[in-house]
Design a protein around this ligand. Structure first.
Ligand code: BEZ
Ligand code: FE
Length: 284
């Protein structure tokens, strides 16, 4: 039977019918949901052709702005709260375990490994000197020795990759906890900064009356055998953007008091509790 003359409703049903033979069940589920929600969105918004082209142009520009240093689609996902939603649905720290938050686009896989106590800030440092210390424990409260902490942060002039000086490494590095699960390193006191807003996502933020600022934070990616990788930040208590983070990443349990020590440096302590991996939970 020929199927023609679709209307608003039967068109959706026909598009769904055409993907019925998708052999990958997860792809079928994802595509079915995408088509249903996209059609509902269009029925609700009723864009005229110019508006639809504006949307197409926005997505096209977002692609054109993306390369190996700049990922405008991730920034869109972050600023629309989708990255945090994906994080909530996936990491799910149980009570007592350190919460995760958004990774953001500035992690580099090739950060240098340093001995405990080293300074990740190049000389002269792009900010005020700061010491960060703490312990990494497992869910039973036992210290985790040899855990890798990959840390990165912005200085007062942005992340190293944004500075255009040949991408020299600065304000990032990898440390390993000692036999007692302890770590300590030197860095600069994190400062609040703007997410990149010279592209289409910046235009979207401005057009919707939003600021692009993130509260001061220090990123951590912590890996240890038998545990899920923990991607998180610590945030600086008192920062004026804690309640309006442009990417919705703040969790109260991650806000830390940075205090001046006797030597006049900033100092912060934070203890992390890692989540056991699925295999480790099964084996227990
Ligand atoms: C960041 O924290 O580095 C970041 C996170 C999301 C978007 C932009 C930057
Ligand atoms: Fe950041």
């Amino acid at each position: 039977m020929a199927i023609r003359n679709f209307n608003e409703e039967t068109l959706t049903a026909e598009v769904l019918r055409r993907i019925e033979d998708t052999s990958n069940p997860r792809l079928k589920q994802v595509m079915t949901s995408l088509i249903k929600h996209l059609h509902s969105f269009v029925r609700e918004v009723r864009p005229n052709p110019d508006e639809w082209m504006t949307g197409i142009r926005f997505l096209t520009d977002t692609g054109h702005w993306s390369d190996d240093k700049r990922q405008e689609f991730i920034l869109m996902s972050d600023t629309l709260g989708v990255s945090m939603l994906v994080d909530f649905l996936n990491y799910q720290a149980q009570a007592g375990m350190t919460e995760s938050t958004v990774q953001g686009p500035f992690h580099r896989r090739d950060a240098p490994e340093y001995p405990l106590g080293a300074n990740v800030a190049k000389d002269p440092p792009d900010g005020e000197p700061c010491v960060v210390r703490g312990t990494i424990r497992n869910a039973d409260g036992k210290p985790v020795a040899g855990a890798a902490l990959d840390i990165w942060e912005t200085g007062e002039h942005g992340y190293d990759t944004q500075k255009g000086d040949g991408n020299a490494m600065d304000l990032r590095g990898i440390f390993r906890t000692d036999a007692e699960g302890k770590f300590w390193f030197r860095c600069v006191k994190p400062v609040a900064y703007s997410v990149p807003c010279d592209g289409p996502v910046g235009k979207m933020l401005m057009a919707t009356g939003r600021h692009p600022m993130r509260p001061a934070h220090l990123h951590f990616m912590i890996t240890a055998p038998g545990h899920d990788c923990l991607v998180t930040h610590i945030f600086v208590k008192g920062d004026k953007y804690l309640d309006s983070d442009a990417v919705f990443g703040v969790k109260e349990s991650l806000v830390v008091d940075f205090k001046k020590n006797a030597a006049g440096e900033w100092e912060a302590s934070y203890d992390f509790v890692l989540k056991p991996s699925k295999q480790a939970r099964k084996a227990a």
